[in-house]
Design a protein around this ligand. Structure first.
Ligand SMILES: Cc1cc2nc3c(=O)[nH]c(=O)nc-3n(C[C@H](O)[C@H](O)[C@H](O)COP(=O)(O)OP(=O)(O)OC[C@H]3O[C@@H](n4cnc5c(N)ncnc54)[C@H](O)[C@@H]3O)c2cc1C
Length: 579
């Protein structure tokens, strides 16, 4: 295969996007472990650590605000009598379209039931009722591409909120954890090839400090805000991915972003996700003339894998000349539907829609990021001292397409496993703070742009420009011309970014631009269609050439921006770890 030059790859060498912030001269706070992210992954990891370990826990908003909190459908685990980890594994591998790491998938599904037990022990209140499919009294829902009912839920459709509530309650009860709510992690600190801490603003407007620790856990969630229409909350700006790229940490599978098929498309309102579980309970998708278009397209009809349904909706929208199709629950028992989906019902009512009586306008929206920081099931990355967990990581468990309700499970199972592994190793000790980062010379004295931030100028417009471009050209379907167009737009955004300061809005858009450039570079390179990555100019899966991962580097130097790795992603085995 000949190598071509891609415009997006140039951005991966742009000093404005890729130069990490220097820790030089910053005040230093020592900890045993720093955890960036308070969603299911970061919190499960933190809570599993033993008493006496000094932990700094960072989250951008109030504690509890995260993607986790908005999860509706639930958490998949093989706990039903008619189910088994082997069946869950088979469904996960099928959805992943050849790019899953089978060993990691097995670790995930086998760890599911014990992880559910742990959640129950800490007080998570899953929905219960009369025994169903042998799952004890735990009620199990069905979702797309699952061959069994295996989705635990809470409050009907408020599963993430209940999981987050129970985890946060435990965090409050632990005096060893310093919670920095409203914090913002800027860059990793590297000392002698080892992650030695993180530069962070501990509260909005505060000058950055170094949180120094021999172990840093990046559980900073996803990237939905890179697109104009997304189910993700405002904080999902791919900060973890951007930090990893700047630190030269291996990342992969960035071309695989999942678009949820059914996000409510009511003009002038915040996008709101209508869970897959709604189709799991029997809802239909209808196009113009109320035609059920999925029955003609896939044997599983509305329960086909997410990418198939999202593309089918996109196609139907084109055929109908509308910006949405309809989701229809009118044929289902109204009382049962209201009881099962109270949150969705309330949200719809606030927009003047009745869940049980109205046709609901829905369209695909950016939802979940399969790619990320390459990590083993116990979080090890290519950088010693750095662990990556949850949606920020790429463990190979989701392959080219995540199976619904497997991401809460991933954050939970691998979060707990990472803490167990860490505890089994020698206790970490506080480290020294280096004066250089990743081989780059530190900014110096008053000339340090971080010490004299400019006023952000038109930063919201740049953010919108980036998001619109990604939604237009790097969405459910892509082609070379659109991807080149997106690369051009990103270059324009990068060129217009104010000189780097400590203003969060600027830093977020800088992170988004770097992450988007890496996504466009990977999507341009993969000249086939697989899972969530669909190329109109390369329709069809090409196992002969593309049964491999695309890795992206923004580290500069002699390393190429794009490289490839074998389908098994767990390259950094626990025994190679050096704490
Ligand atoms: C609407 C919606 C519905 C979903 N439904 C389901 C479902 O039913 N089942 C399922 O399995 N999955 C679902 N998902 C996906 C799932 O919720 C997420 O993948 C999962 O919760 C991610 O957990 P996490 O711990 O990795 O990250 P998150 O929960 O996103 O947490 C990320 C944390 O990192 C912090 N952070 C980020 N950047 C920084 C920074 N620079 N500095 C400091 N802190 C930072 C954030 O503030 C936050 O605390 C859904 C997602 C959405 C948005």
């Amino acid at each position: 295969m000949h190598e071509q030059h891609f415009p997006a790859a140039d951005l991966l060498r742009s000093p404005a996007l890729t130069t990490p912030i220097s820790p030089h001269g910053l005040p230093r706070l020592p900890y045993d472990i720093v955890v960036i992210g308070a969603g299911v992954a970061g919190l499960a990891f933190t809570l599993r650590l033993p008493p006496g370990v000094r932990i700094a826990l960072l989250t951008k908003g109030v504690l509890g605000e995260s993607n986790t909190r908005y999860a509706q459908g639930g958490l998949a685990a093989a706990v039903g009598a008619d189910d088994s980890p082997a069946l869950h594994e088979a469904d996960t591998l099928a959805a992943g379209a050849g790019l899953c790491d089978p060993e990691v998938v097995r670790t995930l599904v086998e760890g599911g039931p014990a992880a559910v037990h742990w959640l129950l022990e800490i007080g998570t209140r899953f929905d219960r009722g009369p025994g169903q499919n042998g799952g004890g009294d735990l009620l199990l829902g069905r979702e797309a591409a699952h061959s069994r009912r295996r989705v635990l839920h809470a409050g009907g459709d408020a599963t993430g909120a209940e999981i987050e509530r129970s985890l946060v309650e435990q965090i409050h009860a632990n005096p060893d954890i310093d919670v920095y709510a409203g914090a913002f992690a800027l860059d990793l600190v590297i000392d002698g090839g080892h992650c030695a801490g993180v530069i962070a603003e501990l509260a909005p407007g505060m000058a950055p400090v170094v949180l120094a620790a021999p172990v840093v856990t990046l559980a900073a969630g996803g990237a939905g805000q890179l697109w104009a229409v997304t189910s993700n909350p405002a904080g999902a700006t791919a900060d973890g991915l951007a930090m990893a790229l700047r630190a030269g940490v291996a990342v992969a599978d960035l071309e695989f972003a999942q678009f949820h098929p059914t996000v409510l498309a009511v003009p002038e309102t915040t996008p709101f996700l209508v869970s897959e579980a709604v189709r799991g309970e029997g809802a239909y998708l209808r196009g113009a003339g109320e035609t059920r278009f999925m029955t003609a397209l896939h044997p599983l009809a509305e329960l086909a894998p997410r990418d198939v349904v999202a593309r089918a909706i996109q196609r139907q929208m084109g055929l109908d000349g509308r910006d949405h199709v309809w989701l229809d629950l009118r044929h289902l028992d109204a009382d049962e539907t209201r009881a099962r989906f109270p949150t969705i019902g309330r949200e719809l009512a606030s927009r003047g829609l009745d869940l049980t009586r109205d046709l609901l306008p829905v369209a695909p929206a950016a939802h979940y990021f399969m790619g990320g920081i390459v990590a083993s099931p116990t979080g090890e990355t290519s950088l010693p001292g750095l662990l990556a967990l949850g949606e920020a990581s790429c463990t190979g468990v989701h392959g080219a397409n995540r199976l619904a309700s497997n991401s809460l499970l991933e954050g939970l199972v691998f979060g707990l496993a990472a803490a167990d592994r860490l505890v089994a190793e020698r206790p970490p000790a506080a480290s020294s703070v280096p004066s250089t980062v990743n081989g780059h010379a530190p900014y110096g004295g008053a000339a340090d742009p971080y010490l004299s931030p400019p006023r952000p100028n038109g930063i919201t417009a740049l953010r919108t420009q980036l998001q619109r471009s990604m939604s237009r050209d790097v969405a459910v379907v892509r082609d070379a011309a659109g991807l080149a167009e997106a690369a051009g737009e990103l270059a324009a955004v990068a060129a217009a970014l104010p000189a780097v300061g400590t203003d969060r809005d600027v830093l977020e858009v800088r992170n988004m631009t770097l992450a988007a450039a890496a996504i466009v570079a990977a999507a341009t390179r993969r000249e086939e269609s697989r899972g969530a990555h669909f190329r109109m100019d390369y329709e069809g899966r090409n196992d002969e050439e593309w049964l491999k991962h695309v890795n992206v580097s923004a580290n500069g130097g002699d390393e190429p921006e794009i490289s490839y790795s074998e389908v098994t992603l767990t390259q950094w085995q626990p025994e190679e770890r050096t704490y």
